[in-house]
Write a protein that binds this ligand. Sequence first.
Ligand code: PEP
Ligand code: MN
Length: 253
Amino acid sequence: MNVRNSGHLWKEIISGRTGNMIAGPCAVESYMQLEKVSAFLVEKQVKMLRAGAYKPRTSPESFQGLGREGVKMIHEICETYGLISVTEIMDIRDLEYMEQEIDILQLGSRNMYNYSMLKELGKTDKPILLKRGLMATIEEFIFAAEYIRKEGNNKIIMCERGIRTFEKETRNTLDLSCVALLKQKTSYPVVVDLSHSLGRKDIMVPMAKASLAAGADMLMLEVHPEPEKALSDAKQQLNLNEFHKILYSVGAL
Ligand code: PEP
Ligand code: MN
C-alpha cells in the first residue's frame, strides 16, 4: 500500500499544513492531461489534487469517467508528484481497492443521502470529503456526517457545493451561511467547491474571498489545461492562467 497513513494525513489537514486549495480537472481524461495539471499544482505549491474517475453525469450518454484506469492514473501521478489524491467513490464495492490507491475519498452530492454508503465509509480510516446534497438542509448535511462519525471515522471534510434554488444565473446557489453555521456547529474542516456552486468562472474571485471570509478552511476549484476541450464541465473549469490569478487574488501565492 503506497498511499499516505490516514492518521498522519488528517493531522496535516487539520493543522493547515496541506494548504487551503484542492484543485484538478473535473475528470481525469488522460495521463498527459492529469500530469500537466499536477506539475502546475506543484509549481504553485498546491498540495491536494482532485480529479474524477467515476463521474455522476446527468445523462447516461455523457462521458462517465475512466473508472479504475483513471483511479490508477491519479494514484501514480500523485505518487510521482508528491500530491495528496482526492477522488469520488460512487459504488461502495470499489472501496476495497480504492482504499489502496487514494488518500481522500469524496462522497458526491447525489450520495449524501445514501445511508448505507455513509455507514460503510464510517468504517474506513480514510478522510472523507462529504459533499452537501443538492437540496439538503444544513441539518441533514450534519446528520450525514454523523452517520460516518458514528461508525468510528471522524476524519470528515464538509463540502458546501451550492444548493438547488430557482436561481439560474449560477449552476447552484452557493450558501455561505452554511459555511458559517458548519464552523459554529461542528468541528470539521469546511471546503467550498466554487466550481460546482457557481458553474461559471467570472465571479470566482469575489466568491472565493467571500467563502474564506465566511470561515471556509479550503477552496476547491476545477482546473484543466484546455477547458474548452474538456469532456465534462467545460464551462466552469479554469485554465492554468486563470487558476494562477485566483490563487494570487486570494493570497495563496
Ligand atoms: C464533482 O465534484 O465531481 C461533482 C460531480 O460534484 P457534486 O457531487 O457536488 O455534484
Ligand atoms: Mn465537475
